[in-house]
Design a protein around this ligand. Structure first.
Ligand SMILES: [Zn+2]
Length: 115
């Protein structure tokens, strides 16, 4: 599956399937879950969230997108506009992943506060 990408200032009220919307203004990317379940996936872009690369033609997002809070629990990468589905994570792995994410954030903001 391939995504088309659209640079926007504001996210449109209706997110089309198969389109990755990117707002540099608000440092956010939005798309509908690649599995087709229709859930809206919001990926904030920040030093501790997602990073986006635009090579002039295609977009890549990393790390991978894990929709653990959706029923589909889909997990995939978007690389050069292309979706590569990855393994679903076990409950334990999700828990560990969330913990790691929090540690990274805590560290980052602590460092930032210190300046
Ligand atoms: Zn889904």
């Amino acid at each position: 599956m391939k995504f088309a990408h659209k640079f926007v200032e504001l996210m449109p009220p209706v997110i089309e399937d198969g389109v990755l919307y990117v707002s540099i203004e608000f440092a956010t990317a939005v798309h509908n879950c690649a599995c087709g379940c229709g859930s809206k996936v919001v990926t904030p872009l920040s030093p501790t969230d997602w990073k986006l690369a635009f090579d002039g033609e295609t977009i890549s997002l990393w790390p991978s997108i894990g929709n653990w809070s959706f029923e589909c629990q889909s997990h995939y990468w978007i690389t050069n506009d292309e979706v590569q589905f990855s393994k679903k994570w076990s409950k334990n792995k999700i828990k560990t992943g969330r913990k790691n994410e929090k540690t990274v954030k805590d560290k980052y903001y602590k460092r930032k506060r210190k300046g």
